[in-house]
Write a protein that binds this ligand. Sequence first.
Ligand SMILES: Nc1ncnc2c1ncn2[C@@H]1O[C@H](COP(=O)(O)OP(=O)(O)OP(=O)(O)O)[C@@H](O)[C@H]1O
Ligand SMILES: [Mg+2]
Length: 145
Amino acid sequence: MKLSLPDLASMEEFGARLASRLKIGDVVALSGNLGTGKTTLARAIISALGHSGEVPSPTYTIVETYDELPFPLVHADFYRLENPAEAEEIGLADYREGAVLIAEWPDHAGGFGHEPSCLSITLEKVGYGREAIVEPGEDWQSRLP
Ligand SMILES: Nc1ncnc2c1ncn2[C@@H]1O[C@H](COP(=O)(O)OP(=O)(O)OP(=O)(O)O)[C@@H](O)[C@H]1O
Ligand SMILES: [Mg+2]
């Protein structure tokens, strides 16, 4: 499924739609080149869930956690991992326990597309805007954004 996201407002709207459909155990895997809007979409989701205040990019910390939302949420950016095994070394399995994971650069952590609860979104630049290619895991078929 392809979605057109021509501006920041449409990104906010898409993030809010995703937020309303999330369940514990889900992964939202955000792929796409540098600067395609992965953090922007993650921010839109986290804000729509009720977070007020900043949503720092996890580029350097790799993981940011949110515990004051309707469910625990982990926002990760795996760009800096040198190999997928490091994802387990930093305790990803523990972070994910009872939580939702939003993952930028999911391939650097070995990928999550094989998980039924993974919604894979690939962002691409199109002119000044963006396009999203959405690939739902089995658990997402009935609650597509
Ligand atoms: N739908 C959109 N239309 C136009 N500009 C957008 C859209 N979404 C995001 N942007 C802009 O793209 C820029 C980069 O966004 P962002 O930091 O979210 O990218 P990223 O994919 O997380 O990058 P990185 O790979 O470095 O983590 C920002 O300036 C943001 O405002
Ligand atoms: Mg980013």
